[in-house]
Design a protein around this ligand. Structure first.
Ligand code: NDP
Length: 454
């Protein structure tokens, strides 16, 4: 299996994919390892995960280069991701023991009642390439601390990073038969669905999420899905600094080339400030340095997967045919690599795919609205339910709009943000279940209820 650098189209590594037989052997080993791992105290498991965090810090420059070389993520953003994801370890360190300890419910009754939180067993973590540290840690670190063994399949587009996770976890003290990496494409992922695992934790597209859920349904084991979004941002007419709102919105839309599950995917702007907002927004996007992702000041690198360029080109074509104006970008570069300049479209509406289908790339539509009611209706007009954002000076006005959103996360005067302190979850086509917060560790446990008569 060739690993290709999306900025140069060069093969940077050749890996041997797993087979049904190697997946079965890894699972067998994990079954044995998990029993022992669950007998370690939470404190011992946490100490190992903390050591893993230290090793990540010690190896940060190399890890960032690996991530950039296989995904095209600009190097400064690779470093940001590695730094930011360490917050998950800190969060576990502070909270995991308290969330995993047994809970006494009725200590004084004739029948004493209490709950313990047992690990699920051996779980599958099928992960995505766009933020492998963040979305990986959300699952495999929390699962390990809770006493599970993990069969981890990185996306084929982040395989080298996935292999590094395995090597560093083992070096930190996670036994080899407690965390195993499976290398390969979706076809190899399919072997995991057929294997006898105790839970499926997936980050990726709606289509694959549904396929996984249907395939493993008969096992009656937990399935958790972190899927895509079509996340709206509404800029109200009372924002004091329209330019700053435009800068923040552009970053929400174009950070990591728009390849974030919670990237701003559509923008609604109140008519009184629309022209001014569009002008500042396009100026800001024009200032982004596009090019070699290994250079520290590059903000926009190549797309990770070449096939996404055709998806984005179709969205632009469809929108323009229906009356939108392409005010900036959408061009390929005269160089090797999967590059497309960030595209800004105005005069858009909901008949256009751009405003309805996940873009997952450097493209945004900005639509004019005349009232909060109109914006609310448009923001709700989607099969997805990941996040929604409002920029406004007026908290009550923003809250009124955001309370009507059927999404897992709402943002007032911020966007494109994930915190380990509060749950990360999608509704409708954006997912099932939650990671992070106490919910994100309980997700990897099953309760046992004790009815205790002395
Ligand atoms: P995919 O659904 O294509 O792939 C996700 C993972 O599933 C990959 O590891 C992939 O392997 C694997 N896979 C594909 N087919 C199968 C199969 N039949 N059986 C088992 N595994 C399979 O998603 P992308 O990689 O394109 O990721 C982008 C998507 O992820 C976007 O929709 C994005 O919004 C979403 N996402 C959501 C997040 C959230 O927290 N809500 C966070 C990050 C991304 P391979 O890549 O090797 O083909």
């Amino acid at each position: 299996m060739n690993v290709i650098n999306p900025a140069t189209e060069e093969v940077i590594s050749v890996l041997t994919p797993d087979t049904a037989a190697t997946v079965a052997a890894k699972l067998k080993a994990l079954r044995a390892g998990q029993k022992n791992w669950q007998n370690h105290s939470v404190e011992e498991r946490l100490a190992i995960i903390e050591r893993f965090g230290e090793l990540v810090v010690e190896n940060k420059p190399e890890l960032a280069r690996i991530l950039t070389s296989e995904t095209g993520k600009p190097i400064s953003q690779s470093i940001n991701e590695i730094n930011g994801s360490l917050g998950r370890i800190q969060h576990l360190k502070i909270n995991a023991e308290k969330w995993l300890e047994s809970e006494m419910i009725t200590p004084k009754d004739a029948t004493v009642e209490f709950i313990t939180h047992e690990p699920l067993g051996v779980i599958a973590n099928i992960s995505a390439w766009n933020f492998p540290y963040n979305v990986g840690y959300n699952v495999f670190l929390y699962a390990l601390v809770a006493g599970n063994a993990v069969l981890y399949k990185p996306s084929e587009f982040a395989s080298l990073t996935g292999l590094k996770f395995g090597a560093l976890l083992h070096e930190a003290g996670v036994p080899a038969n407690v965390f195993e990496v499976v290398i390969g494409s979706g076809a190899v992922g399919q072997y995991l669905l057929e294997a006898d695992l105790d839970g499926y934790f997936f980050t990726g597209s709606y289509k694959t999420g549904v396929h996984i859920t249907q395939t493993v349904a008969h096992k009656l084991v937990p399935v958790q899905l972190e899927l895509g979004g079509k996340d709206p941002l509404y800029v109200m007419d009372d924002v004091v600094d329209v330019r700053q709102a435009a800068i923040n919105a552009a970053e929400g839309a174009f950070y990591n080339n728009g390849q974030s599950c919670c990237a701003v995917e559509r923008i609604y702007v109140q008519e009184d400030i629309y022209e001014e907002f569009v002008q500042h927004f396009t100026e800001e996007v024009k200032s982004y340095k596009l090019g070699d992702p290994m250079e520290e000041d590059t903000f926009t690198g190549p797309l990770t997967r070449p096939q996404q360029i055709a998806v984005l080109a179709d969205q632009i074509k469809d929108a323009v045919a229906k009356g939108a104006q392409l005010v900036l970008g959408g061009e390929s570069l005269n160089r090797k690599g999967y590059f497309m300049s960030p595209a800004v479209l105005t005069g858009v509406n909901h008949t256009m795919e751009l405003m309805r289908e996940e873009s997952f790339g450097p493209i945004i539509g900005i639509q004019k609205v005349s009232s909060d009611e109109e914006a609310t209706d448009l923001m709700r007009d989607t099969p997805y339910g990941l996040t929604a954002a409002v920029f406004s000076e007026d908290e009550a006005r923003a809250r009124k709009v955001l309370d009507q959103m059927n999404v897992g996360t709402v943002y007032w005067n911020c966007c494109d943000r994930v915190s380990p302190n509060i749950p990360w979850s999608g509704r409708k086509n954006s997912g099932l279940g939650a990671t992070l917060s106490y919910m994100g560790i309980r997700a990897f446990t099953q309760p046992k209820a004790y009815h205790w008569r002395g």
